[in-house]
Design a protein around this ligand. Sequence first.
Ligand code: PLP
Length: 373
Amino acid sequence: MQTQMQETIPVLDLAPGIDALWDEINRAIHDVLRSGQFIMGPTVQAFEEEVAAYLGTRHAVGVNSGTDALVIALRALGIGPGDEVITTPFTFFATAEAVSLLGAEPVFVDVDPATFNLDLEKLEAAVTPRTKAILPVHLFGRPVAMPRLLDVAERHGLAVVEDCAQSFGARIGGRMTGTLGQFGAYSFFPSKNLGAYGDGGLLITDDDRLAETARMLRTHGSKKKYYNEVCGYNSRLDALQAAVLRVKLPHIDVYNAGRRAVARRYSEAMAEVDGLVVPEVVDGHVFHQYTVRITNGRRDAMQAALKEQGVETMVYYPVPCHQLPIYADRHLHLPIAENLSQEVLSLPIWPQMSLGVQERVIDAVLAAGTSSC
Ligand SMILES: *Cc1c(COP(=O)(O)O)cnc(C)c1O
């Protein structure tokens, strides 16, 4: 009763992050407007330099979106028709879509139910003579165990592109995700850990030649204006978005620490709920999502009960990629991913979430947990 009078808790609230930096963001946008440099120019270049330094990489190439970052990375590696790219079925469609857009085949390997990431035990069996690359996703901000994956890649001469759309600032063994493969591909979609106020993306690499190819592909396949060498893309990072990102970048570690603190609190408070599996708060995890599993077949009931108490939740992802219409004719059966799509529930999380709001989410989950038994 009492909860119905309280405000609904969204899965994500961007407002406190915007409010905290309101003046700085307005000034940064104002400066771009005054400069008249909307496409590329000094703001984009400054952001590329700053983000490269933060991530610990030689080259950062700003692009239009995370999807374009994946497409351009795979294309720069020469991947095209007839090639296979091993990836996860339990991700946002853009991961597989990037492979398919180039005419290559995404080969789906099932995931590990504890990490939601590629099951590295099953990786090697999926390698064929046509395999060109592995495309892991650090899903929900949890880093993939890269040393093991790189070992398989190295033994078979495969390239590695890391989908870091959900893992900005996530570290593995002291290094940033995205710096371990040939390319790291990031998204600045507003809801991501480092979000712009529109679309944006980034490619990072330590390889000078790959960086040059990526830069060429993002501007119509030209190194020099009007001397187009190949068909590329119109995929530049917008200067206004770069300006916003420059304001937000210095705060990213604080934002990610905020997410981790919420996750730690949730996992402690919800550890004993029957039929509920909480995520592990491992080192380097940046909790793009805080995703639990409801293993007693009552996920949808739990989601409805939380909604009743004013707590919004999301299911990432209700259909694993291999069951989406464009891949369904392969009739693949990947039981863990299929099961997860029925069990997962992502709870509200954002860096500035107040203790009171966290408490309301926890109370709602505990109440829904006992009432559904
Ligand atoms: C968001 C996302 C993308 C795509 O990023 P956009 O910027 O929206 O194009 C790709 N992969 C994953 C895992 C994502 O979460």
